[in-house]
Design a protein around this ligand. Sequence first.
Ligand code: 8ID
Ligand code: ZN
Length: 351
Amino acid sequence: SIPHNQTAAIVHKAGGSIVVHDDHPVKKQSDLAPGECLVKLHCTGVCHTDLHCALDDWPLKANIPLIGGHEGVGEIVAIGAHTSHSPVKVGDRVGIKWLADSCLNCEQCRKGHCDDAKLSGFNVDGTFSQYVVSYVRHVTPIPEGFDSLAAASILCAGVTVYRALKYSQTSPGDWVVLPGAGGGLGHLAIQYAKHMGLRTIAIDSGADKKKLCEELGADLWIDFRESKNIVGDIVRATDGQGAHSAIVTAASASGYQQAIEYLRKGGTLMAVGLPGQATLDASIFFTVFKSISILGSYVGNRQDAKEAIDIAARGGVKCHYAVRKANELQDVYESMKKGTISGRVVVDWRE
Ligand code: 8ID
Ligand code: ZN
């Protein structure tokens, strides 16, 4: 049966720390609107986006008080009365993504960029709680046999880098540079890139991330704190031509520097990491002269999610994660600020 109260991790003021409460109300089944479902979460990944929202360092503002989290996996325990044509049913295991719901009516929505989007852990409560209200049209079914802890971070980190690689204008055998390669998004980018037949140059810092990137099959590792000449290192590794694409998942502006220099002619910069205040500093001359494409890439659509999940469920990509408890979330944020987390952290709600 569904309890009245639950554990939830809440940020009460912008820039404040996460506080865990045991008495947060669970929405009653009778209060669910048509199209809404209640999901009992198994677990949730922790994305750097959650940290940006808690720190309030973006130009767009999250709802405060905030329940963050947008990489949830759990079981549907209730569906709102009068929900018609639901693609899912009670008992189904589903994933919760950043895009929680969209209007399906506006021009931007038809094109995949709804103006009235509900975003998990941003303007609607996210997955840092034992139960979350979600939407039957947008939850992502998780294939049988695909472990919840392993699936969680595919729902944001995986989908996002899969989509960015898909639109990176590369072909099998091409070189892709991955600044941020040792983080949550980046370590999955190495694997999806390999899966697509690309050759990878992983850029990040520290012995742990180096080990992880090399184990995941990065063709070249560059420590951005140690290298004297990142552009030179990349150009040398790519037959003097430069890389075909860069997928920047660094959470800082520094990860974007030099990309125009180390891309070859016709290369593509995919902007993914979201420092809130920085601007892109690119040489206009060389962007034109080298016919460089600069593209922003924002999560992925429901089809991208299905494709990214299917590849991971078949074992083509594996999230490297450490399991932590809800009351450790503030610690996790401190480590994320320092950049000391290799891969992902997943909070297990079943413990
Ligand atoms: O839809 C989107 N575009 C989307 C989706 C999900 C997340 C964007 N994001 C954004 C997040 O908001 C965040 O800004 O992507 C960024 C990375 O998220 P993450 O992978 O969850 O963060 P992380 O695990 O902390 O990894 C970031 C890595 O970047 C490295 C760090 O060492 C860390 O491993 N890094 C930094 I900071 N500066 C670097 C640099 N100059 C760098 N790596 C290379 N060069
Ligand atoms: Zn995310």
